[in-house]
Design a protein around this ligand. Structure first.
Ligand SMILES: Nc1ncnc2c1ncn2[C@@H]1O[C@H](COP(=O)(O)OP(=O)(O)OP(=O)(O)O)[C@@H](O)[C@H]1O
Length: 297
């Protein structure tokens, strides 16, 4: 089956910064929801801009339905962080502006403005909006376009959890009508809406797959009291790395170690905390932390 969106050998270089996207291949099937995940500076925005056809790659090519992608195509809706809403116009005027600009703009905006709770703010200039209000208005506009494919760059960055859930439900509903989504994020909660995850780090794809498969391939997760940490214990963890979890930390058990070895190492640390070291079920945050930091074995 030919992918709806097909990007091959995408590379981006900037004078000074050098290579920020390095020979990336991405294929997105029709009706798929792909989440592009990675830490700050991983190259998500650059990749989204190139995939959506709004930024030329230094090398490589992107096609939509077999033709070179163009951001101006009526098939594409692209939400790029903080670039859409015009400050001097009110929310309503922005909506009118985009409705005239895009031939596929629909009356769905009214339903979405209600869902994102910005109806009462529509007559206020966008320059007076908070970051979250602006993001919600931009989402209302981007999602009201009847596109074949939606590129949403970090749509949930300024949203509270209730709004994140509403966005996910709108994405699912448009997908059930046949739409395709590429959504970038650095929030583990966005994993919930995706069919497939693609992790980006330092401009390269470190892993890709569905959530279930990537979760199954995750090393055991261990929770350790911070006080029990020692160099010897860290040497049993993947990359020696730990992640905050309240008064404890979490880490991934190295392939050549065991939870028992970690418990023993904690004795060596002199903390007497052996009994409180435990393996735990992996969460989406564990999944995000592991694949954002490590290369799939
Ligand atoms: N116009 C530019 N000129 C030079 N370097 C750039 C330019 N735009 C981005 N970069 C560099 O490319 C790299 C990737 O940036 P990008 O904005 O794509 O990351 P990101 O994953 O979206 O990060 P964040 O989560 O912080 O938004 C960074 O090192 C950044 O400094």
């Amino acid at each position: 089956m030919t992918a709806l969106l097909d990007a091959t050998g995408i590379t981006k270089r900037f004078d000074g910064t050098g290579v920020v996207l390095d020979d990336v291949d991405v294929a997105v099937e029709e009706g798929e929801i792909l989440a592009v995940l990675g830490p700050n500076g991983a190259g998500k925005t650059i990749m989204m801009s190139i995939l959506a056809g709004s930024e030329p790659p230094s090398d490589g090519a992107v096609s939509l339905d077999g033709r070179p992608i163009q951001s101006s195509s009526i098939d594409v809706s692209f939400l790029l962080q903080n670039t859409m809403a015009i400050d001097t116009l009110t929310g309503r005027e922005n909506i009118t502006f985009y409705s005239r600009l895009h031939p596929q703009f629909t009356a769905r905006w009214e339903e979405y403005a209600e869902a994102f709770e910005i109806v009462d703010d529509l007559d206020t200039p966008v320059g007076e909006y908070s970051g979250g209000m602006r993001r919600k208005l931009e989402l209302v506009i981007a999602l009201s376009i009847d596109a074949t494919i939606y590129f949403l760059d970090e749509p949930t960055a300024a949203l509270d959890m209730a709004m994140v859930q509403k966005l996910h439900s709108i994405i699912r509903s448009l997908r059930s009508d046949g739409a395709t989504f590429v959504v970038s994020s650095h929030l583990p909660s966005d994993i919930e809406v995706a069919d497939r995850l693609l992790f980006l780090r330092d401009g390269q794809i470190t892993s890709t797959g569905d959530t279930e498969t990537l979760l199954a391939e995750l090393p055991s997760v261990v929770r350790i009291p911070e006080v029990a940490l020692s160099e010897a214990l860290r040497s049993n963890l993947v990359d020696g790395r730990t992640f905050d979890d309240g008064e404890q930390v979490r880490g991934f058990v190295s392939p050549d170690s065991t939870v028992e070895a970690i418990a023993e190492a904690s004795c060596d640390g002199g903390a007497g905390a052996v009994s409180s070291i435990e393996t735990v079920d992996p969460t989406l945050t564990d999944l995000f932390n592991y694949y954002s930091q490590s290369r799939r074995p």
